[in-house]
Write a protein that binds this ligand. Structure first.
Ligand code: 5GP
Ligand code: MG
Length: 185
């Protein structure tokens, strides 16, 4: 128990629930990917914790890369424009990519990345997201692997931030309204 917990209104998924779900996802992904020498690409910063857990839950021969993107918008919603701030470091021609994302919301980020990796010559691009928030989708995109489908609430923890904080909470929860200071959305 730390001081961050005081800011949480409710816990959506406990550390235990997350671990159990990732274990199952990893096994499912293993069956699909075991002969594909996949390249797991984590989207920074939100997916860094999920990445560490999912690659250990999926014991395939693979390598890992990281990409960082920024999307313009306010703290709790993104606009359409996506910019790469740190790119992957290798040629991906002919590779089977699995993009590891924290949450699929409007779909802007993953739509952009899917197309970006395709133009760079990836043989396939699949998407693995811990959370899916389909109610907010503005792009036509679905993930291949989904941890949990969440309601339309802004969540933090397990990598997900609010103003760069709360990423190190071991669970996923919803902040108390007063934490936002009432100045977004
Ligand atoms: P999209 O491009 O699909 O709208 O959103 C992708 C990014 O928006 C995610 O990678 C995440 O950084 C951020 N995002 C969307 N919904 C939430 C949320 O409920 N909580 C947090 N912390 N970030 C979110
Ligand atoms: Mg983010």
């Amino acid at each position: 128990m730390g001081t961050m917990d005081q800011d949480i209104l409710k816990v959506l998924y406990t550390e235990k629930q997350i671990a159990a779900r990732i274990e199952a996802m990893g096994m499912e992904m293993y069956e699909d990917l075991k002969d594909k020498n996949p390249l797991f690409v984590s989207v920074l910063r939100g997916a860094f914790i999920f990445m560490a857990d999912i690659v250990r839950a999926c014991q395939v021969r693979c390598d890992v890369e990281f990409i960082a993107v920024s999307s313009y918008g306010n703290a709790t919603s993104s606009s359409g424009a996506v910019k790469i701030t740190h790119d992957i470091q290798q040629d991906i021609t002919g590779r089977n990519l699995v993009v590891i994302e924290d949450i699929l919301d409007s779909g802007n980020t993953l739509c952009f990345l899917k197309q970006y990796f395709a133009t760079k010559g990836a043989a396939s691009v699949s998407i693995c997201t811990l959370l899916d928030k389909p109610s907010r989708r503005t792009k036509v995109i679905t993930a291949d692997y989904i941890g949990f489908t969440v309601p339309d609430e802004f969540v933090v923890g397990y990598g997900l931030d609010y103003c760069q904080k709360y990423r190190n909470l071991p669970y996923i929860g919803v902040l108390k309204p007063e934490v936002y200071g009432g100045n977004d959305e």
